[in-house]
Design a binder for this molecule. Sequence first.
Ligand SMILES: Nc1nc2c(ncn2[C@@H]2O[C@H](COP(=O)(O)OP(=O)(O)OP(=O)(O)O)[C@@H](O)[C@H]2O)c(=O)[nH]1
Ligand SMILES: [Zn+2]
Length: 209
Amino acid sequence: MQHSLNNIKPRYEYVSSAKLPTLFGLFNIHGFFDTTENQEHVVLTHGQWDANDIVPIRIHSECLTGDSLFSTKCDCGFQLEKALQNIADHGFGAILYLRQEGRGIGLLNKIKAYHLQDQGFDTVEANEHLGFDADLRDYNICKTMLDTLDIVNVELMTNNPKKLRALEDLGINVVTRRAIDHGVTKDNKGYLKVKTNKLGHTFNLDKLK
Ligand SMILES: Nc1nc2c(ncn2[C@@H]2O[C@H](COP(=O)(O)OP(=O)(O)OP(=O)(O)O)[C@@H](O)[C@H]2O)c(=O)[nH]1
Ligand SMILES: [Zn+2]
């Protein structure tokens, strides 16, 4: 039997796109599939660009509690809303919405981690107590997403230096970073301090006083 490199299926597949009207204007939703993890991911885009443009993007990890259930325990929902608004104001941009719930441990393990946090563990200690690293995320699919959407140069909306490094390692031209320290609540101040002190986030601690 003849084997050919051409027959090896890529791990990440682009599947389909459709219009998605939102509260922030008309977006398009693009579906991608990770064949190894059997996981579905999406990108939301707004407006148009060419290869010379610097495209504002956010890489957002799924947080069901924050993004969809109005939780004030973290900053995720606020950041997602702010990123959508920034993109709408700018006229074009993209949200890479990665289904890596709970920094990669999954929803039910995140609930176990929240249970430990109710007993006094911080967000990192809770993960470690459950036997997980503090952050298990992987950003490799971003390369396929950005290539598929003809995004070459980006302005990355994040406070997380790991996301910057991950994109640069994938060969993406990160022209600037835009801070997104939005959505401080009385319930998430402690969480944001731990992200800054233990996970390396670039967050203006004055906002947490
Ligand atoms: N394990 C765990 N995950 C959490 C906790 N709180 C929030 N998360 C998850 O943390 C992730 C937050 O991801 P992002 O919104 O991409 O934010 P980030 O990596 O902090 O970086 P930014 O780009 O600066 O927002 C989501 O997957 C949430 O579900 C927690 O206490 N424990
Ligand atoms: Zn969250």
